[in-house]
Each structure stands twice: as structure tokens, then as C-alpha cells.
Design a protein around this ligand. Sequence first.
Ligand code: BGC
Length: 712
Amino acid sequence: MNAQHVSTVDLATLLAGLTLEQKVSLLSGLDDWRTQPIEAAGLPSIELGDGPHGLRKETGVDMVWYPATCFPTASALGSSWDRALLRRVGEALGAEARAAGVQVLLGPGINMKRSPLCGRNFEYLSEDPVHAGELATAYVQGVQSRGVGACVKHFAVNNQETSRRWVSAEVDGRTLREVYLAGFERVVTAAEPWTVMCSYNRINGVHASRDHWLLTEILRDEWGYTGAVVSDWDAVHDRVAAVAAGLDLEMPGNDTANDGVLLAAVASGALPQDAVDTAAARVLALVGKGLPARAEPGTVDTEAHHRLAREAAAQCVVLLRNEHATLPVDRASIATIAVIGEYAARPRLQGGGSAGVLPTRVDLPLDEITAAAGDTVQVRYELGYQDLSRVDLAGVDGTVREPGAAARDRDPRSDEDLVADAVRLAAASDVTIVYAGLPLSAEEEARDRAGIDLPAGQEALLAALAAVDTTLIVVLSNGSAVALGPWHERCAALVAGGLAGQGGGWAVAQVLFGAVNPSGKLAETYPVRLQDTPSFLNFPGERGQVRYGEGVFIGYRWYDATGIAPRYPFGHGLSYTTFEYSPLRVRVSDPDAGTVEVSLTVSNTGSRAGSETVQLYVGDPEAAVRRPVRELKAFEKLHLQPGESQRVTFHLGNRDFAFYDTGSALWRREAGEFILAAGSSSVDLRAQAGITLPDDPHIPPLIDDDTLGGRP
Ligand code: BGC
């Protein structure tokens, strides 16, 4: 058989011709990245590679990588709210993977941002499952359009890094369905990712890698998933239980004892041979899909991908605050700009860990600001603070390559001197742009953050600069929410630049000087204090358990329900233009089926072209269970010229009105009133309407016992 042309028919024949030993060998990898080949049957390996915002392919030396385009991280891409952009980034990622001979790209990551403390929040899109599921769908479709498989991860309820391999997420059934599984459901059913990666953690006591309910009953039986389930790296603890549960491919696969364990279990009857056959068939099908994509070195247009990285980063920038239209900076009215902060010279591009990418090139913010400021404005720089964590994390920022190099580069001045020099420069400048943010050590895999404040050195710097007579503009480089100190009230403008990859430096400079009109919106609430966050008392848990005590009230759902004011709400982001929303037009086309069309017109009433993301929220004020005040159900990013209007129509279905009733194991839409609200953020609601729907006739009426979950 020609290994390059394995068709579906061939796969069936191939499977039938394999011995049990050969089938079993397929169920774990050959090494860290490749599947097991079966040379006798002409079956090659395929290769998997991280993921998610750029290809991380090792050179052969552990944790040393080939250069690849470092696109904005998922948290930054999430704030674009732009499906078309996610699709294009996915296509580019797929093309780079394909060129490198990687057949499965290990992304996107779509776990919910339950707490800003999660060290991997930079790898995740959102605190909302509809938002994450929609953007991930576009990303997966983009990657897979290039003949490369995507891998949706980490399935499921992997919302912290503390004790990630053992911690049990204790979550009630309704919260699981409505929040933690809903994003996965959306992308699995809409985009058919080639693979799904099970997570490290346990869910209600059971490791995801051996959870039959999760991997078979939910994923396959309910959602109809036909692709392969891959383990997270070293997430399997019970090999036999994992295969029986529906785990197809264990990665990495350098433990040959594994095969013996499975063979013995089949021999003793502890594991039905069917389970091995089924998993082997799925791995074969995956290898079959991956085969056409062999390495095509040199086929990536690196410059074009850098331009896309810039464009993508520009769509992700969120303008949080802009007092008296400080931004864009008016070059004609100023002579001097102070740029302050280590991250202006050595930008934070991304977080650390398996998602780290070695960028093909990096736009430095200081250079980009200097270029954008033009010849008539003098730009001067001061360090302001130092990020000492970068000493140990050389490499992934693209500017420091050798371990130890950063240590040697340390500026010998004390923190006080750095602040004093920065203050002197700011006082002598018309405008001061400070690059602040989180150190790389606060945003990396395998550990969570200890708090949400900026590092003390940066807080001291910002406090000192807030007292200076200059126009203070602060740019944040962070992959998750931060608390903003008292300086916040004094800054004229605040820009969330995110961890926006290798084009982020360019993108923010374009926003600062107005070549790009910002259009990003937060996909994660910024709290005033850590104590205000929904999981504050229940994160990261204790003694191996973390209780999801806030239930479905994650993110904005919590702030809306408790009345705790966030610093910046979910969905918030300003523009240099203004948008007007018309009243809603609502048409209930089939009340029994809950089919509803909601439309409105959005007009650009300012003088610049700009983009607005219209967010549609649904609330069910009276329900048998406590429901969020409103939940995001649809959104659309519109691009509007000055004076232009566009009509947008959202199509809602039954599920958009339903809650998950654990007792009857059904999605339940109750009769009564629902509130539809179109907003520019989750709190800036511009148009609302109420509708009344009947009970869903397909679902038996609710009885008290249903909601107790007490029925067998
Ligand atoms: C991470 C995954 C990653 C894998 C391979 C694991 O530790 O959790 O997200 O894809 O390693 O690097």
C-alpha cells in the first residue's frame, strides 16, 4: 500500500489487516510529537505541534524551536470579536504547520477564564462560552482549510494551573453544561475539529482522561463527535480505563510498557477488544486525514504572515479609557513624547510554557512609536522599571535569546533612580506613554498568579508619574485582567494592548497615532479588586479539590447579579468614532420552537471609519432556577464608514432561551418573558425589547423534583 494515499476504504482494509499488537501500538505516540507508524502496513507517523498562536516545533533539542509567526495570543484574539480574523489567523497557522510537516496543531484553547489568577488565561479566549465557541469555530475552520487538523483543548474544566494534574473541579451539572462544556459543544458541532485534547484535571473526582461520561456520553453520543481524542501530555494515569472511556491517543508515547498493559487487559477481559478497535480506527482515520500534508519547507510567505500578525494585533487593541479625546495623539500640537517602561523596548509578546513561539521578527514598540510620531516630534525613552523574571525565561520574548543574557543586561540603577529618571523625562515632555504590564513569570503554564496587581515597581512608577504635569497614556501588556491602582483616575488614556504577538508593537503605535481606529472589546471583566471576582473564595481550592461555588455566575454574570461594579465590564472598548443603535425589531417566527429574529441598524455617527461589535444578550427574569441577569447569545462586528448604517439580524433558537435542567437532563425553555438587549458592552445596553414565549411543547412540564436533580 502506498502510504501517501491512504483512503477511507483503505483505512477499513488496513484496520482489518492489523494484529491486536499493532492496533494497540497505535494508541500511544512514538515519541513526544509523533504517532506510532506501522511500517509493515505502510502506515507512517503524523506529527502534532503546539499551538495555539504560532507553531512551536522543536528542533530536536528539548524546548528549542524553529522560528514561526507569533500571532496574538488567544486572550488578545478574543478581544477582536472578529470571526473573519480568527479564520485568517487559523489559515496562516495551518499553512505554517503544513509547511513544517506538522499535521495537527494543538490549539485553540477554549477553557473559560474563571479567575484572573489562572496562569494560562493568555491561552484562552474568553469568560463566555458563546464568544469562545464562535471564535474557536472560525479558528478551527481556518486551520483545517489548510489540510491540517486543529485540537480543541483542554477538555474540560481546566481553569487553573495549581495542582492541575490532580485537582478535582467540583462543579454542578447545570454549570458544567451552561458554562464549561458549552463552548466545546459549539466548536465540536460546528467545526468538527480533527482532535479534542482531554485535560489534566479531574471533574467531580474523575480524571478527564478516563471519564467515560465526558469522552463518550457527552462528546460522542450527545454531540456526535467522530474525531480523535488525544490526551494532554502525560495526563493518563490509568491506561485501561482511559481506552475504555474513549481516549484514543495517549501523548507523548515513549512508554512502551503501555502496550503490554492494554494487551493484558484485553486478554483478561478487563478491556473489551472493541474498545481497542474503535480507538485504533479513530487514530488511523486521523493519520489518514493528516497524510496529504507532508513538509513543504520554504512555502510560507513570512513577510505576509508578519503583516497579518500586525493586522490581527491591531484588531485586538482595546481602548479602555480616553478622557477628553486624548487619543489619537495629535502630532501637530506636541513637540516631545516620553516613552517609559521596559516593555516598550522589550515587549511582552506572549505567555510562557508550551504555547511559547520563537517569533520570525518583532516590532519593538519604541521603534514603532518613534516612526509613527514623525520628524517633528522628539521621542525619548526611560526604562522606568525592570522585569527581573525575564532572566529565567529567555527566548520566548523574541529579544533575549541566551539564558542569562537578560541578567547581564540588567540596568545597575536602583528602582528609585529608575522612577526618578522617568519622572524627570515625563515632566519635560508633552505626552508620556508608559508601557506597563505583567511579567512573563505571572503568565505561564503550570502556575497561577498570586494576585492581580501590577508589580510593585510599576505601581510606584505609575503613582509617581500620575503626579507629573504631562498627558499620561498607559499601555498594558497582559494576557488577563489586572487591578489598576489610584493612578488610573489620573491617566488620560488607557490602552489594553494584550499579549499581541510579534506585530503588537506596530499595532499599538498605529492606534496611539490614529492610523488604526481601535475596535477591540474586552472578553474578560476587569475587576476593581481580586476580592470582587466570582471565584475569590474558591480559587484555587484546597486539598485537591476546587469548588465552583459561584456556579453559572462566572465573569459578567457575577457582576450583573451581585451589583458589584467592575473596573471595566465584559464587552467594553472605545472607538475614535461614535455609533448609534436603532430600536430592536423582533420577530418570533415559531414560538413553539423558540425561533426568533432580532434586527437593528447601527450607524457610524462620527467622522472616522470604525468597527463596532454589537452584542446581543438574553435574560429570563422569572425562572425555576436562578439565572444570570443576561447572557451573551450572539454578536457581530460591523465595519462602518463615517455616516454609514448597517442592518444586522440575529437568529435565535430554543437553546438561547433555555437553562439546563439536571433532574430531567434536558435543556428547558420555560414559558414567560425574555428580555433581549443589544449592547456596545455587557452594561452599555443600547436597545431592549421583551418577548413572551410559551413552554417548549417538546419538553414535559417542570416538576419540583426535576430541579433538585434527585431523580435517578
Ligand atoms: C499542555 C498542552 C500542550 C502540550 C504539548 C501540555 O503540557 O497542557 O496545552 O499542547 O503540553 O506541549
